[in-house]
Design a protein around this ligand. Structure first.
Ligand SMILES: NC(=O)c1ccc[n+]([C@@H]2O[C@H](COP(=O)([O-])OP(=O)(O)OC[C@H]3O[C@@H](n4cnc5c(N)ncnc54)[C@H](OP(=O)(O)O)[C@@H]3O)[C@@H](O)[C@H]2O)c1
Length: 236
């Protein structure tokens, strides 16, 4: 039943989404989940890698192309992070949080672009659990570095495997998003819903501090033996 519902949602949103060129900076787990998922919605995907000629990236391109057969003109490719960002109206920062400032500063002019930030802290405190490595949040730091862009924090509260296969969680999954620009949040919410996930706008970018903290709880719960995902029930 959930699978049929997800398929219907996918068809509904795929048909009304305007195709964009989306730069995915990074070629790791999150990039491999979001790139094919966005390509499936008809968007053109450009990966930005520090080593674009790495032959191992062919597999990622194949995975992205396979699901994009309906739009053969949108062939995915890999280039440098800067060129990927320059070609795109939407930029996803699928890189370690510790590297995100340096990455953003090397992407060129991001004025007017939607910058999707899924980054999290991997820093552990003395007790072995996650700690904030920055006083505010990665999302706020990015927004300060590129004030004329539209930063949307999203995708940081779930595992990349759930992004690939939402049904694997056994129920609905919500992705909370925050940012200062409503139209950009709406765009990201549509990407999310077309993946078969739920999206909820939880406020301005300064609330990213809380979203990045939600990951701490997610990781703790899982390490303690309670696998879960966020499902924030929306009142009718
Ligand atoms: N894994 C998850 O389930 C998950 C879920 C939600 C959010 N996140 C967050 O999303 C971000 C990406 O996670 P991921 O799991 O995709 O990480 P990952 O598998 O380690 O991939 C990160 C990618 O970032 C690129 N990169 C650019 N600068 C880098 C640097 N200085 N050091 C290392 N890599 C660099 C690399 O691509 P190139 O080598 O091609 O440049 C690398 O493949 C992280 O901030 C993570 O906390 C992860």
């Amino acid at each position: 039943m959930i699978k049929i519902l997800n398929l219907l949602i996918l068809c509904l949103f795929s048909s009304c989404i305007v195709a964009e060129t989306i730069a995915i900076i990074g070629t790791g787990n999150v990039a491999s989940a979001l790139g094919p998922a966005f390509a499936k919605q008809g968007h053109e995907i450009v990966y930005g890698s520090r080593n674009p000629s790495n032959p191992e990236l062919q597999l990622l391109l194949d995975q992205t192309l396979v699901v994009n057969l309906q739009h053969p003109e949108n062939k995915p490719y890999v280039t440098s992070p800067r060129e990927a960002a320059e070609k795109s109206q939407v930029v996803v920062l699928a890189v370690p949080g510790s590297a995100v400032s340096e990455v953003v500063l090397n992407l060129g002019d991001l004025t007017g672009k939607i910058v999707i930030d899924p980054t999290n802290s991997r820093v552990l405190g003395d007790d072995g659990h996650r700690v904030y490595p920055v006083e505010t949040s990665y999302a706020e730091i990015i927004q300060d570095l590129v004030p004329e862009s539209y930063v949307v924090k999203a995708f940081n509260t779930l595992n990349y495997r759930t992004m690939i296969d939402p049904d694997s969680s056994g129920g609905q999954v919500t992705i909370p998003i925050v940012g200062n620009h409503k139209p950009s949040k709406d765009f990201v919410a549509n990407l999310i819903r077309a993946m078969g996930l739920e999206a909820i706008d939880l406020g301005p970018v300064r609330f990213a501090h809380i979203l990045e903290g939600m990951l701490f709880l997610y990781v703790y719960g899982r390490e303690a033996g309670t696998p879960f995902n966020y499902h924030l029930r929306i009142d009718e």
